[in-house]
Unconditional design. Structure first.
Lengths: 114, 113
């Protein structure tokens, strides 16, 4: 099965600093990769996805992600963090060998401090 | 106008009871899902329905049964509730193709006492 891993449970950054939330993938063939954000007591919201094309993908709320095939990574980035970015972030992959399941990583809690 | 709506938002019940959670989407998507999020925030897919046909059935107990009256609705019925069923259950929808993202409801928090 296709899978993703998020190596960090928690990421802390200061407001105004750049942020990175890491994701690595294990996929046979072409990966279809996604990032979602979950605010407290809310459902997940889609941020961005990589299907094909440019390795740098831009998404909602100023987030972007870089697809790196050689490192099998799809890290989420933002040039300048906001306190309101504090949330739980999930990387996900479409498992094209299992009915196109959306399979999620364990999540990374991002805390942005003023 | 909520895209994916699920009810109830909170559900507190006793062990052994039967309960249902309803989900509706107005996005015109052809696939709907149920996910379970445990206390550690891990998301596990439970079921998906595509055009009223079950296409995923992970290793969930048969006490859980999805019911889809039409492609805009996917309800989750749970029999003989157990303590371990306490979790947040999310409904989601997408177009059934490889590149589509999921649209989630706000979740239903089930507490079994």
């Amino acid at each position: 099965a296709q899978s993703v891993a998020q190596p960090e449970d928690q990421v802390n950054v200061a407001e105004g600093n750049p942020l990175t939330v890491k994701c690595t993938y294990s996929v046979s063939g072409n990966p279809y990769l996604f990032w979602y954000v979950q605010y407290p007591n809310r459902g997940l919201q889609f941020l961005l996805k990589y299907i094909t094309g440019d390795n740098l993908v831009k998404g909602s709320y100023g987030f972007e992600a870089e697809f790196n095939k050689s490192q099998t990574s799809f890290h989420l980035k933002k040039p300048s963090a906001l306190v309101s970015d504090s949330a739980l972030y999930f990387c996900a992959v479409r498992d094209v060998y299992n009915n196109n399941d959306m399979r999620f990583g364990a999540g990374t809690r991002l805390t942005v401090k003023p | 106008d909520t895209a994916v709506s699920q009810t109830p938002k909170y559900l507190v019940t006793q062990m052994g009871n039967d309960k249902s959670i309803k989900c509706e989407q107005n996005l015109g998507h052809d696939t709907m899902y149920w996910y379970k999020q445990d206390s550690k925030k891990f998301l596990k897919i439970m079921f998906s329905y595509n055009n009223k046909e079950l296409i995923i059935n992970e290793t969930v107990p048969n006490r859980f049964s999805p019911k889809s009256p039409d492609k805009a609705h996917l309800n989750l019925h749970i029999n003989s509730l157990e303590l371990g069923d306490s979790a947040v259950y999310f409904c989601a929808s997408s177009q059934r193709h490889r590149t589509g993202e999921l649209f989630f409801g706000e979740g239903s928090r089930l507490t079994v006492l």
